[in-house]
Design a binder for this molecule. Sequence first.
Ligand code: DWN
Ligand code: SAH
Ligand code: ZN
Length: 416
Amino acid sequence: MISPADRARPRATCRACGGTVVQFLDLGRQPLSDRFLTEPEIPQEYFFQLAVGLCETCTMVQLMQEVPRERMFHEDYPYYSSGSAVMQKHFADTARQLLETEAGGPDPFVVEIGCNDGVMLRTVHEAGVRHLGFEPSGKVAEAARAKGLRVRGDFFEESTARAVRASDGPADVIFAANTICHIPYLDSILRGVDALLGPDGVFVFEDPYLGDILAKTSFDQIYDEHFFLFSARSVQALAASFGFELVDVDRLAVHGGEVRYTLARAGARRPADRVAALIAEEDAGGVATLARLDQFAAQVGRIRDDLRALLERLTAEGKRVVAYGATAKSATVANFCGIGPDLVSRVYDTTPAKQGRLTPGTHIPVHPASEFPTDPPDYALLFAWNHADEIMAKEQAFRQAGGAWILYVPHVHVRD
Ligand code: DWN
Ligand code: SAH
Ligand code: ZN
């Protein structure tokens, strides 16, 4: 039964199955999350409406509006995956595991979609295994090539996948991390995987997990680049409609909670028991229901109110508040909560391409992280909360000197 309230919700067409997507959360007018600006660029800044919905047919959670891919992924895309030591280790371990389980043949071939600066493929290359990365963002692709990696500078899609199949033959593994959820044109991706993957090959991808996003109210995982929020059920449905089968799921702690999905050709492998177990857990928690998603939306509103109240109080008390980690995720938080330089004077970050520029939408200056210890504030809002252990370990002096971290996941709190 569709209630009158549900009938009033905005709708869109599902990019996974063509069904109807029903909106449950509006995060307002938002800028490109990875577009750090110089002062003269401010008047031309691009904005779009960030809202999320649930597909009534296949349960895929997705954005209501798409940002053209060339606006997000271009020559100056500023995210370098190797900027975190924890992520470097995660991807070295991932590569070794894939090589061990999936690359046993005489001349294995590993393809990565969105290889960025080569954080995963470098280990494949060091093992002497044939590889190819797809990376449309110019400077990060160049950083991968500088490591000796073979990188195509274009978007993975059906046509480019077919070209590689013709020149290089079938792939044993097609891997992607934090990239498939960025791609609205999933039909072209899955047809491309179908064209390039060998008969016994696997398509393995890991992305932020809807179950964790709901459990932690980590609404900052929703931004222009994160078009889909996957669950085991929605990925299973997607796989099935393109002749594939979801045969394994692995829960990962990185980036605040992700799942690694393994797809094989339908009938090629027996699905692990954990696939059905995770789907049963999702069903029990109502992950794909508007009732649960409406509850999430209400929790998001509470976080905004609490965070604004805390920052306004600290500012009124004359405290010095900064932020740490100019993440893409933080564009959603800062713009949705209205956090500008009046509440947070600067953001510290290790990425040279972000330093000396202004954060998207709210225009907070980005400073090198190396300056943080030399000018310690009273409070630091941890925008890179997913790297909390790594950052707090290297910035121990901050708390020892009386500083305190502000976190908003899973709720607003201070750690001193
Ligand atoms: O999905 C995506 C993920 C993988 O990366 C992309 N769409 C874009 C990007 O998202 P993000 O910017 O939210 O990712 P991170 O990994 O949370 O970004 C961390 C930021 O913090 C980077 O700008 C680097 C910086 N950093 C720092 O200053 N000191 C990071 C670490 C670990 C540090 O110690
Ligand atoms: N795999 C890395 C990078 C994630 S950021 C990591 O996990 O840290 C997402 C990357 O996907 C960007 O570098 C972007 O340029 C790339 N990308 C976006 N669409 C793509 C497509 N269709 N094909 C290949 N890469 C793509
Ligand atoms: Zn759908």
